[in-house]
Design a binder for this molecule. Structure first.
Ligand SMILES: C[S@@+](CC[C@H](N)C(=O)[O-])C[C@H]1O[C@@H](n2cnc3c(N)ncnc32)[C@H](O)[C@@H]1O
Length: 272
């Protein structure tokens, strides 16, 4: 399996866990019926149908991503779901959007523009550039998780690895961390900036879908952590977090986990 195929598989696998709170987050934005918006960093288009649902039959959603492979996949899914008339896809970079000023009524970006490698301010200004005055810019980011009930120290140590804090790195400025996005929106001149947090959870007995999603989440959150753990913690991680282990934590009858994503949104000023 190529890296791209593996990434697609993980995004799809984690969707059953994410979709309920993503729908709530999109509803919280109260996108106007009939409006036209951009899903920036749409990946394989997992939220396109939720965005179309929000704007209704007269609305339109453009999905933009750097990866042509992801966009092919997203197009296929939109076609399968009968949405082709209401969605379009375009390859492009969120840092330099291939659209004129004031093109969209809103922008939604989940787990993409919140994680800038460089300074966030130019990126947020670029988003605001293509949104009409009074329109909204919304950035959703991963904010927390409790996935290993009963093992708070191991979980804290896993979360303190470079994979656990990624894509943030110790050398980055605290202001560049995504949980400072309210400040980015303010600095970019957006009005009425708001932060809201949405919770997803799962409890035993787990359906196959949710179990696969949690396995995928473990793999994504704590990839390649072995070199940063003690031998004892690595053995404990393998005992609890690998599906082939006889002590796999997802098989416990009292298993419960929750995680959050946070939404930062604001309005483009009437005079830019
Ligand atoms: C974690 S995925 C999230 C995908 C989707 N928003 C979701 O929540 O399912 C991040 C996506 O951002 C895209 N991406 C990363 N950097 C980008 C950039 N500079 N411009 C456009 N897309 C980018 C990646 O190709 C990937 O599809």
């Amino acid at each position: 399996m190529t890296d791209t195929e593996q990434y697609i598989q993980r995004l799809r696998a984690s969707n059953p866990l994410r979709e309920p709170y993503l729908r709530s987050a999109i509803q919280a934005l109260r996108l106007p019926k009939g409006s036209r918006g951009l899903d920036a960093g749409c990946g394989i288009g997992l939220q396109v149908s939720l965005l179309v649902e929000a704007v209704g039959p007269a609305g339109h959603v453009t999905g933009l991503d750097l990866s042509p492979e992801f966009l092919i996949h997203a197009e296929r899914v939109a076609e399968r779901d009968g949405l082709s008339g209401q969605v379009s896809f375009q390859e492009g970079d969120v840092n330099q959007l291939p659209f004129d000023d004031d093109t969209f009524d809103w922008i939604w970006s989940a787990d993409c523009v919140g994680y800038p490698a460089e300074e966030p301010l130019p990126l947020v200004k670029e988003l605001a550039r293509v949104v009409k005055p009074g329109g909204s810019v919304a950035i959703l980011v991963w904010s927390s998780q409790m996935l290993l009930p009963g093992y708070p120290l191991l979980e804290a140590r896993l979360n303190a690895t470079s994979s656990g804090i990624a894509p943030f790195t110790e050398s980055m400025r605290p202001e560049s961390h995504w949980l400072r996005a309210l400040g980015w929106l303010r600095d970019a001149g957006l009005k009425e900036p708001i932060a809201e947090t949405f919770v997803g959870d799962a409890h035993a007995p787990l359906s196959d879908d949710i179990r696969d999603a949690l396995v995928s989440l473990f793999e994504m959150r704590w990839a390649g952590v072995e070199s940063e753990l003690t031998v004892e913690d690595w053995a404990e991680y393998q005992r609890l977090c690998l599906p082939e282990s006889s002590d796999f934590i997802l098989d416990r009858p009292g298993y419960y986990a929750f995680f959050t994503e946070s939404l930062f949104h604001g309005k483009v000023a009437n005079t830019k």
